[in-house]
Write a protein of this length. Structure first.
Length: 121
């Protein structure tokens, strides 16, 4: 099965539309559009955003956006690293570590404040 990125890129090139034109039309950054065409799903902000990007991209080049999204869903079934708890691709693998670090920091700060308050009594 053809990946969603290569499908979109092939369709765009057949229509002789530049990536810059799509970026201007859709207001999606060139970086995200390039990641989409390269099938670099981890570089995209999340599945909801990826679907929105595909819908906007498809419309910008004259494709049926619903068909493009169906192709994306089929493509997702073939890619590795599914999340067994949710049944879909994990997004932002590197971002999860940052979130965990932030939560630990906040918890530690609360403990420090409570300890300081209790020791000052």
């Amino acid at each position: 099965m053809e990946s969603i990125g290569s499908y979109l890129k092939r369709q765009r090139e057949m229509r002789k539309i530049s990536l810059e034109e799509i970026a201007q039309t859709t207001k999606i950054s060139l970086k995200c559009l390039a990641a989409l065409e390269a099938d670099d799903l981890a570089a995209l902000p999340g599945e909801v955003f990826a679907k929105g990007f595909i819908r906007s991209y498809a419309r910008a080049i004259g494709l049926n956006s619903d068909e493009a999204l169906l192709q994306f869903e089929e493509y997702l079934k073939t890619v590795a690293s599914p999340d067994p708890r949710k049944g879909h691709v994990r997004w932002l693998r590197h971002g999860g570590l940052q979130l965990k670090s932030w939560v630990v920091f906040v918890v530690l700060m609360v403990v420090v404040v409570v300890a300081a308050y209790l020791s000052s009594r």
